[in-house]
Design a protein around this ligand. Structure first.
Ligand code: PEP
Ligand code: MN
Length: 290
C-alpha cells in the first residue's frame, strides 16, 4: 500500500488534466509529444528545431539550460542566456517549452520564461526542491529517479502536490539495471501501474531509457500502446554534433516520421495525436519577448 493521500487514485475515472498552454494538456484523449535537443546550444539551433517541428504533431519543445552532467568538466548549459533563447522560440513559434530546474534558486527565473519545469532523475528525491516547486506556479514534469521504486516516485509527486502544486506529470525514463547495452531499462510496467495507482498523467522518455537512436521509435510505440499520456523525445538538427546525449538524438526528419508512425498505434488504444498543421503553418505569437 502506497501511503499517498493526494496523488493516489481514489476513483477509477478520476484523471488529472495538466494544462501547459491554451491548447496543450496532458491527461486527455490527445497525447502530448514533446521534442527538442538535450541541451539548448544557440538561438539558431532552437529556431531550426522549432521551424521543423511547428507544423508537425509535436506540440511542445524541450531543451536544457541547466544541465546535470556527470562530469563537472562537461558543458553545464547556457543558463540564463538559454532561458532567453527558450522565451524567444516559445513566442516566435507559439509552442510551449519545458526545461529542467536543478535548484531552488533557479525556480523563479525559469518559471517566468517557460511553461513547464522538469525535475530530472537526479533530483527526484531532492525534497527541498520538490517542496519549493509546490509554489512554482507552473506545471511540473517529474522524472523517475535513476534507481527509484514506484513508491518513491509516487511519494516524490506527493511532495509537490502536498506543497500546493496539483499540476504534476510523471515521466518514466528508464531505471538502472545490470545490462548496459541500453543506457537504462525502460519500465513500461511502471507506466501501467502508475496509471492505475495515481490520477496523474504519465509520459515516457524513450530517449534516456535506451540511449541509442535506433531503439527509440519501437519503444515510443510500445509506450503509447500501453497507455502513456505522451512522450518526450530528444532530437537535434545535427544529432552527432549534440553537445550532450548525441548517441540518442534523432534527426528532425526522423522525429517527424516517428510521430506520424505513432498515429495508428494511438488510434488502436483509443487515443489521438494532434493533427499535423502542414508546411507553411504560421501561428500568431502568444506574447512578446521582453
Ligand atoms: C534530460 O532530460 O536531458 C535529462 C537529463 O533527463 P534525466 O533526468 O531523465 O536523465
Ligand atoms: Mn538528455
Amino acid at each position: 500500500m502506497i501511503n499517498a493521500k493526494l496523488v493516489a487514485q481514489s476513483h477509477p475515472n478520476h484523471q488529472t488534466i495538466v494544462q501547459i498552454s491554451e491548447t496543450v494538456a496532458f491527461g486527455g484523449k490527445e497525447l502530448v509529444i514533446i521534442g527538442g535537443p538535450c541541451t539548448v546550444e544557440s538561438l539558431e539551433q532552437m529556431e531550426t528545431v522549432a521551424q521543423h517541428l511547428e507544423g508537425s504533431s509535436v506540440q511542445a519543445l524541450r531543451g536544457g539550460v541547466y544541465k546535470p552532467r556527470t562530469s563537472p568538466y562537461a558543458f553545464q548549459g547556457m543558463g540564463e542566456a538559454g532561458l532567453d533563447v527558450l522565451a524567444q522560440v516559445r513566442s516566435l513559434y507559439n509552442m510551449p517549452v519545458v526545461t529542467e530546474v536543478m535548484s531552488i534558486a533557479q525556480i523563479e527565473a525559469i518559471a517566468t520564461y517557460v511553461d513547464m519545469l522538469q525535475v530530472g532523475s537526479r533530483n527526484m528525491q531532492n525534497f527541498d526542491l520538490l517542496k519549493a516547486l509546490g509554489q512554482a506556479g507552473k506545471p511540473i514534469l517529474l522524472k523517475r529517479g535513476l534507481a527509484a521504486t514506484i513508491e518513491e516516485f509516487v511519494m516524490a509527486a506527493e511532495y509537490v502536490v502536498s506543497h500546493g502544486n496539483p499540476d504534476v506529470v510523471l515521466c518514466e525514463r528508464g531505471i538502472r539495471s545490470f545490462d548496459n547495452y541500453t543506457r537504462n531499462v525502460l519500465d513500461l510496467a511502471a507506466v501501467v501501474a502508475l496509471k492505475q495507482i495515481t490520477h496523474l498523467p504519465v509520459i515516457v522518455d524513450p530517449s534516456h531509457a535506451v540511449g541509442k537512436r535506433e531503439l527509440v521509435a519501437p519503444l515510443a510505440k510500445a509506450a503509447v500502446a500501453c497507455g502513456a499520456d505522451g512522450l518526450i523525445i530528444e532530437c537535434h538538427p545535427e544529432p552527432e554534433k549534440s553537445v550532450s546525449d548525441a548517441r540518442q538524438a534523432l534527426s528532425l526528419e526522423d522525429m517527424v516520421s516517428l510521430v506520424d508512425s505513432l498515429k495508428p498505434v494511438a488510434l488502436a488504444v483509443g487515443r489521438t495525436i494532434s493533427e499535423t498543421k502542414g508546411v507553411g503553418f504560421k501561428p500568431t505569437p502568444i506574447c512578446c519577448v521582453a
